[in-house]
Design a protein around this ligand. Structure first.
Ligand code: PCP
Length: 383
């Protein structure tokens, strides 16, 4: 294996499972036990999250003799609401619990964090800078999820390609350092001279001198072609980052550079977005999204041979979740047994994704649709 990753075929074979599932298969097979079950994926905790990873789950289970119902990619959901249901003989999917949860936990975690940050940023652009914080084999997944959550661009070339975007970026400290201290203007001019003109001129202004001094130098060096300065102030120097940004803004404005934006990166999370969104032109966000806490989904059998069952802490019976068209709020959705009559004027969220092992044509994995779904729901969710 190159780069210590697992090839697709091992995932599809169920080799990335936990050993106790293979042992369970051995015991159930030996004893002739293989009940017809319904299993549901839910999470506990509080507050809203965004569902993602369904396309990978669909390809994992495609061809198995199961039916799968799921909420659409990009749906906001709440604790205890089933986001996915699998129906079939337990041995048909037992070993796939581990990879299935892996896809949903990891991808939903990144999309949820990206959505939280983008909602706070409002119209201020947020660019995903975080693939450097994770194993490179995950780059495309990370950037897909960051974009799905509403981020406006991604810096990773392979990730952008997979999404069908042009990658977005500025310049690293290494470019400035290669020209050397005192040669920052030469480095910025070289960038302006060499790089295709459609690439925005955003100069990194914190390598050797303080942010204000370098921002003034960059504006003098590039003049009207300068779109923005990037401040990536290291934590050892950050102090009052908002104060530094306001000082740079003042210094640029009084010199006639009111059109030069201030783009910030380095340790940007929800709190920094709230504090800085009114005075910056954009954010580069890495760790807080790429390394987002996963959503702790669990898969539980909740029906066996048509009868409700559940372990302690879980709710038995195959369910449906209904949502009204208005405000999305925890406790407002209606969760009922799937066999009960649906409530009036509410939409069922769980829809067929796989029928007898075949992915349902109507089930859409369109990234743009899912991204639009996230943004539409964020306007309705009561926080
Ligand atoms: C980092 C680089 C990343 C930013 C910060 C993400 O700065 O610019 O894109 O930071 P975060 O993960 O804390 O959100 P450096 O490490 O100084 O890298 P470079 O010189 O390449 O900008």
């Amino acid at each position: 294996m190159t780069f210590s990753i697992v090839p697709d075929e091992d995932i599809l074979e169920g080799k990335t499972t936990d050993i106790y599932f293979l042992r369970t298969e051995e015991v159930l097979r030996e004893k002739g036990v293989n009940p017809d079950v319904v299993a549901e994926v839910t999470t506990t905790g509080r507050g809203w999250s965004v569902l993602a990873g369904l396309e990978d789950v669909a390809h994992l289970l495609e061809g198995k003799d199961v039916d799968v119902y799921a909420m659409s990619e990009g749906t906001i959901f709440f604790p205890y609401e089933p986001v996915l249901q699998i129906e079939g003989r337990y041995l048909e999917f037992a070993r796939y619990e581990t990879p299935l949860l892996g896809f949903l936990c990891h991808e939903s975690g990144i999309v949820t964090k990206a959505a939280r940050i983008k909602r706070l940023a409002g119209d201020v652009p947020v660019i995903s800078f975080g693939t450097r914080r994770q194993h490179p084999a995950l780059a495309a997944m990370i950037e897909k999820c960051a974009y799905l959550g509403g981020m406006n661009g991604v810096s990773c070339v392979a990730g952008a390609e997979r999404i069908g975007l042009k990658p977005t970026g500025t310049m690293p400290h290494s470019l400035i350092i290669c020209f050397g201290e005192g040669k920052q203007k030469e480095a910025w001019k070289a960038f302006d001279d060499v790089i295709a003109e459609e690439v925005p001129r955003i100069c990194l202004c914190d390598t050797y001198y303080d942010e204000k001094a370098e921002s003034i130098l960059a504006a003098e060096a590039l003049g009207d072609s300068l779109r923005a300065v990037r401040l990536d102030t290291p934590t050892t120097r950050k102090g009052d980052f908002k104060g530094i940004i306001e000082e740079v803004r003042w210094a640029l404005d009084i010199r006639g550079y009111k059109n030069v934006g201030i783009f910030v990166s380095g340790g940007i999370g929800e709190a920094e977005v709230v504090e800085l969104k009114d005075i910056v032109a954009g954010f580069g966000v890495g760790t807080s999204v790429a390394n987002a806490k996963c959503i702790d989904f669990a898969l539980d059998i909740i029906e066996k041979e048509g009868w409700p069952c559940a372990k302690r802490g879980k709710r038995g019976g195959k369910k449906q979740v209904y949502r009204s068209r208005g405000v999305i709020e925890e406790g407002k959705d209606e969760m009922k047994l799937a066999k009960e009559a649906p409530p009036e004027d509410m939409e069922p969220l769980l829809k067929p994704m796989i029928v007898k092992g075949k992915i349902v044509d109507e089930f859409s994995f369109s990234r743009e649709e899912a991204r639009a779904r996230v943004q539409e729901q964020l306007k309705r969710v009561k926080l």
